[in-house]
Design a protein around this ligand. Structure first.
Ligand SMILES: CC(C)(COP(=O)(O)OP(=O)(O)OC[C@H]1O[C@@H](n2cnc3c(N)ncnc32)[C@H](O)[C@@H]1OP(=O)(O)O)[C@@H](O)C(=O)NCCC(=O)NCCS
Length: 186
């Protein structure tokens, strides 16, 4: 990861039409567990399903100085429906963004809406030069979000990630530069 301060330390809630992005709190563990215990949600997440203790540890880590993700709350219901990895990445003025949405809330444009807000924040407030995102080629919903955001596919790494199961995963690498975002805001 990069060498800058955790973004979420100074992250103020961002409102979109249907969502609020806010720092994760200690109280979010059970809500995070509800979707992170679902193998369909975690199929392409490197750490796989979370049990209750792992979800609580994730909430604790991300509620603190080492935060690397923010919560996604649906405004209409007040429910926490997912989280967005968002943190400095290798190199100056560079961040990584990602997305996880509970199965019952997928397919409504929420990941794209949340990511658009984070891109605006990254380029507008943090003055990032570059934002990157990665996923597996099989995870079409994820790279579709990247393409809807106007991110460019820069690489297809073959057999790049080694899983505890012994599998080697390919990886797509996408990026967006500040001047590209300014020229065509998402
Ligand atoms: C990836 C994920 C966050 C997308 O969330 P979402 O809120 O459903 O995303 P959006 O609705 O904004 O956009 C999803 C797009 O993918 C498309 N899509 C969904 N499933 C697809 C599939 N199997 N094949 C092709 N496209 C698919 C949708 O149609 C939509 O595109 P469209 O607007 O052009 O129709 C969600 O599927 C998820 O949480 N997956 C599990 C966690 C995960 O894998 N995260 C990414 C790790 S890299």
């Amino acid at each position: 990861m990069g060498n800058e301060e955790p973004v979420t330390k100074k992250f103020k809630p961002l409102e979109t039409q249907r969502l609020v992005l806010r720092p994760i709190t200690l109280a979010d563990g059970p809500a995070i567990h509800r979707y992170m215990c679902d193998p369909a949600v975690t199929r392409w997440l490197p750490d796989g399903v979370m049990d209750e203790a792992q979800a609580q540890a994730f909430a604790r880590k991300n509620a603190g100085r080492a935060a690397k993700a923010v919560a996604v709350v649906e405004r209409a219901s007040g429910q926490l429906i997912g989280h967005m990895p968002f943190h400095p990445w290798f190199g100056p003025a560079t961040h990584e963004v990602g997305w996880v949405i509970a199965a019952g809330h997928q397919g409504r444009g929420y990941a794209t809406e949340a990511a658009r807000a984070l891109l605006d924040y990254a380029f507008g407030t943090l003055r990032c030069h570059r934002v990157i995102a990665t996923c597996q080629p099989e995870n079409a919903a994820s790279w579709r979000v990247m393409e809807k955001l106007g991110m460019r596919r820069e690489a297809h790494f073959r057999g790049a990630l080694h899983r505890p199961t012994g599998e080697w995963w390919d990886e797509y690498f996408y990026a967006l530069l500040a001047d590209e975002h300014a020229a065509a805001p998402p």
